[in-house]
Design a protein around this ligand. Structure first.
Ligand SMILES: [Zn+2]
Ligand SMILES: [Zn+2]
Length: 300
């Protein structure tokens, strides 16, 4: 099997980004109205298409950060997509390089913003928040870390924070207000489904990340640490369902680390994987979660 290169990335990925963005607008416009009908349906819709679209836009944001997408100004779309999923665009920009260079160590500030938490009880509380709040919790802790570490604070700009707050207010406020005017929904009927969708999306993304790197500390060079990244086995019904909902985030994540210059996600199961690639099932993932929630730490 030959590695598929970035130059072969089809424009269909860029088209998919625009279609996903359009559906995101439509979803956010109608979900308050559907939620106000007060039956069980909105809760399914918050997982799909809500969480699904949130995950897809987060993936495209990450892919624009890597400048993978053909035919568009990736850095510009990276910022726009950040605002569309309610993020301050500078945060991921500051911490994602360390996820690649320091993967599976406590120096990875995207994954371990507080480094090693030595006290077991604090580790349990921290892991509990991470498992049940997902990326919302991580983003808050990463913000705290950036503002309290002089080296990182130098890269942080309050002007950029102002821009991101304004853009998020325009995007989310604009759609919510249009929904209020045209569909006669009230503030709570807007805010609750929006918050539930962000929580669901942030949970789905973070569990993909925990499958890939959760509770995994590896000693060794980058190549050795990259080899230990985990991928989700696409076998059982639950695994297939989760991979569909998260747009294959954890299907071949180890490839993203070992060949980060190449955009491999549009070609699932087409690129050669190392013989030592680690695959896990949901049953194995549940053991990792149990270890996290009881404060056990696994060093390799
Ligand atoms: Zn990356
Ligand atoms: Zn990763």
């Amino acid at each position: 099997m030959k590695t598929i290169t970035s130059s072969q990335v089809p424009y269909s990925q860029t088209v998919k980004l625009f279609i996903a963005s359009l559906f995101w607008f439509i979803y956010l416009f109608f979900i308050p109205y559907i939620y106000s009908s007060a039956n069980i349906l909105p809760f399914f819709l918050i997982v799909f298409p809500g969480g699904y679209l949130f995950c897809l836009l987060a993936l495209f944001m990450h892919e624009c950060w890597h400048e993978y997408l053909p035919g568009i100004h990736n850095k510009f779309f990276y910022s726009v997509l950040s605002w569309m999923i309610f993020l301050d665009h500078q945060i991921f920009d500051i911490v994602h390089p360390s996820h690649h260079s320091q993967v599976n160590t406590y120096q990875d500030i995207e994954f371990y913003p507080l480094g090693e938490i030595k006290k077991r009880s604090l580790r349990v509380i921290y892991n509990f928040c991470e498992v049940f709040l997902g990326n919302i919790f991580l983003v808050l802790v990463v913000n705290f870390k950036i503002l309290h570490e002089p080296k990182l604070k130098k890269q942080y700009s309050f002007k950029k924070l102002g821009v991101s707050l304004l853009m998020r207010a325009i995007f989310w406020g604009g759609i919510g207000y249009s929904s209020h005017l045209l569909l006669k929904v009230n503030l709570l009927q807007i805010v609750i489904p929006y918050a539930l969708t962000c929580w669901m999306g942030s949970l789905m993304i973070h569990h993909s990340e925990l499958i890939e790197h959760g509770n995994l500390i590896v000693e060794g060079k980058l190549e050795e640490r990259n080899l230990k990244n985990r991928n989700l086995k696409p076998h059982g019904v639950l695994e297939k369902c989760f991979l569909f909902l998260t747009n294959n985030h954890s299907l071949e994540h180890s490839l993203h680390h070992s060949k980060s210059n190449t955009y491999t996600r549009p070609f699932p199961q087409k690129n050669p994987m190392s013989e030592q690639t680690v695959y896990i099932s949901f049953a194995e993932y549940s053991i990792i979660l149990k270890d996290m929630l009881t404060g056990k730490c696994s060093k390799i």
